[in-house]
Design a protein around this ligand. Structure first.
Ligand code: SF4
Ligand code: SF4
Length: 85
């Protein structure tokens, strides 16, 4: 059974935030296949927060300038424990 099957996605606080000041506009994060980002004025903008794959942080790992951050992983782990999902 996949993680979070049947659980409302909008109740899971997981998705990227982009610091446009730190972003150097390399475009690496646009490789995300989930279409979470939109390219706006030469930089990514989060267009679809809840389409981000829960638990994924690949774009943050790839970002050369540390411009992408995520909510607390602990919070996510607590949710899984609490809800038994
Ligand atoms: S964490 Fe993964 S799914 Fe979410 S926006 Fe980044 S690359 Fe896409
Ligand atoms: S990977 Fe980082 S630096 Fe590159 S465009 Fe995305 S947010 Fe900006």
């Amino acid at each position: 059974m996949p993680w979070l099957a049947g659980y409302p996605r909008e109740k899971v606080n997981w998705g990227p935030t982009v610091d446009r000041e730190k972003c150097i506009g390399c475009g690496m994060c646009m490789n995300c296949g989930k279409k979470v980002f939109q390219w706006v004025d030469g930089k990514p903008s989060v267009a679809s927060f809840y389409d981000c794959q829960v638990g994924c942080n690949t774009c943050a790992n790839l970002c050369p300038s540390g411009a992408i951050s995520f909510p607390s992983l602990e919070e996510l782990r607590e949710l899984y424990k609490r809800e038994g999902i």
